[in-house]
Design a protein around this ligand. Structure first.
Ligand code: GLN
Length: 561
């Protein structure tokens, strides 16, 4: 196994994840099989309990792993399916060491950070990098490891030490370190400053790691003399100093790396030049350029709870982008804080209330994404009602599906207090209830997580046609509550159809309103499996419906065109 380690210096938020996944894309384009590992030095064992407000979305994997959103970037960029073990956290490592200690596996020894924690990190990396993630057999050729945080952080020390040892044990030809750093420009002088990078490289060296390449983030392209300085003071050949300046969209980053021959420098270090091909990035280039040149846009209202930080819904945003590009459209997302739509806000913040409603009414389609807790739920219900009554395309994901059911029960069945037992434990009409799956005790978790099969109930529905008339789909889940099986009959009688169910027939997975142009709710999260050139069927349908092209699309697909 060959390793490419990506570390970061100076400040966080440099786009290390994008850089690391772009390196993966370029290596893959050279004909190599690539896997990836993300190291998060925080103590949480996984991202499951982390607030999207603070940390962005929780990404969900096929195996039910709740992981850092960077793994989503890897899956999308490299078109791979990762496992929960591809995300290492300090919590996971400590937990495994402590469990071993409790079992007596250390035979009475004092258990220490060095060597026990560092050995556990090395073992983890070596075993996880061997798991095939691209659907082929056998391990990949290269594993890109991204170390989260900034070099010098206390939390990352055990990882740095473990990686130093790993670099030594796997040998020169199997280890390549790319250090991502920032080249700021000071306002008055306008000079590109290299000192912060010099310091962070020095820090890395003091810890025993030597960067082979520098990836310098800057607003404008690096000047020749900045590069020379960096080379001289950081002890890195000028040809190995890459510059990632600001680009119109992130798909340009692999192209930027290819243009600077990053692949040659990395392949050379890993002694892979003889087996690699020149990078084939034609499709990728076309995709990046198509995006830049899109002129027409479609207005999508996103009615959610965490609208302050757009990373909270990163995969939904990406899935919309993939679908829009397939329709030659630029997504124009209007973020609406669900609570602004509520009656209360008309009194407390009338301007925000009016603006939210105006935005909602100007949108071509309405999406209510997943979420937890009751904040903004009343606003989401109003948005779903507006979409239903005015024939505006509606896509409800997870919570968004449950919202559609509550709204329908209240407005159409006349059950005024219908609710989810998540929001009102005393509701006389619990139309959405807690339905734990399997063990209630396993790891203390009660969430239904990861890939599950949904059986399509009838070929005569939008979803079946969009998914290509298949009998079942496999999508990822992350929820506790579900539509109450006891109310299905009455809901269906009044026109809300459950066209997708799980294998037991008890869990409702997909709902549709046949009298509406596109009113779809799904209990799963189709956004997690959307890929740049393979948009999620449901997102594609949603965008097509928003632009009045859904019917034509479905017809042409039915005829096999
Ligand atoms: N809070 C809801 C549940 O637990 C929805 C979860 C979600 O949208 N991911 O079922």
């Amino acid at each position: 196994m060959k390793y490419v380690l990506v570390t970061g210096g100076v400040v966080s938020g440099l786009g290390k994840g994008v850089t690391a996944s772009s390196i993966g894309v370029v290596l893959k384009a050279c004909g190599l099989r690539v896997t990836s590992i993300k190291i998060d030095p925080y103590l949480n064992t996984d991202a499951g309990t982390m607030s999207p407000f603070e940390h962005g979305e929780v990404f969900v994997l096929d195996d039910g792993g709740e992981v850092d959103l960077d793994l989503g970037n890897y899956e999308r960029f490299l078109d791979v399916t990762l496992t929960k073990d591809n995300n290492i956290t300090t919590g996971k490592i400590f937990q495994s060491v402590i469990e071993k200690e409790r079992k007596g596996d250390y035979l009475g020894k004092t258990v220490q950070v060095v060597p026990h924690i560092t050995d556990a990190i090395k073992d983890w990396i070596e075993s996880v990098s061997a798991i095939p993630v691209d659907g082929k057999d056998g391990p990949a050729d290269v594993c890109v490891i991204e170390l989260g945080g900034t070099v010098g952080d206390i939390e990352s020390m055990p990882f740095i030490e473990a990686l130093r040892q790993l670099s030594f044990s796997v040998g020169q030809d199997n280890f390549c370190l790319v250090h991502v750093s920032l080249i700021p420009v000071l306002g008055v002088v306008g000079e590109q400053k290299t000192k912060p990078t010099q310091h962070s490289v020095r820090e890395l060296r003091a810890l025993g790691l030597t960067p082979h390449l520098l990836a310098c983030r800057s607003a404008q392209p690096l000047l020749e003399n900045t590069k020379e300085k960096l080379s001289q003071f950081c002890h890195v050949p000028a040809a190995n100093i890459l510059n990632i300046h600001d680009v119109p969209n992130i798909w340009h980053v692999p192209l930027l790396l290819r243009n600077q021959n990053a692949h040659d420098a990395i392949l050379n270090q890993l002694n892979l030049l003889s087996i690699a091909m020149p990078p084939a990035l034609q499709d990728w280039t076309m995709m990046a350029e198509t995006y830049d040149n899109l002129t027409n846009s479609v207005r999508i209202a996103m009615v959610g709870k965490y609208v302050g930080l757009t990373d909270s819904y990163l995969s939904v945003v990406k899935a919309l982008l993939h679908a829009c590009i397939a329709c030659s459209l630029k997504p124009s997302i209007d973020w609406i804080a669900a609570s602004d739509l509520e009656e209360d806000s008309a009194k407390s913040t009338p301007e925000a209330h009016a603006a939210a409603w105006e935005t909602l009414k100007n949108a071509a389609c309405i999406l209510v994404p997943g979420g937890f807790g009751d904040r903004g739920v009343r606003g989401m219900i109003l948005a779903a009602k507006y979409a239903r009554e005015n024939s505006i395309p509606y896509l409800g994901i997870c919570l968004g599906m449950q919202i559609a059911v509550i709204e329908f029960a209240r407005s159409v069945l006349g059950l005024e207090r219908a609710d989810s037992s998540e929001f009102d434990t005393d509701t006389p009409d619990p139309v959405v209830i807690f339905m734990p799956e399997g063990s209630r005790t396993h790891m203390g978790s009660t969430m239904r997580l990861g890939s599950r099969r949904t059986l399509i109930q009838t070929p005569d529905c939008i979803t079946a046609k969009l998914y290509g008339n298949t009998q079942y789909v496999e999508e990822r889940h992350r929820h506790r509550y579900e539509v109450n099986p006891e109310v299905i009959e009455v809901l269906e009688e009044k026109g809300l159809k459950f066209v997708g169910k799980d294998e037991t027939g008890k869990r409702m997975e997909i709902l549709e309103l046949p009298t509406h142009p596109f009113y779809v709710g799904v209990q799963f999260h189709p956004e997690f499996k959307s890929r740049p050139r393979r948009p999620s069927a449901l997102f594609l349908g949603f965008i097509l419906a928003a632009t009045g092209k859904l019917e034509a699309h479905l017809k042409s697909h039915q005829n096999g065109v």
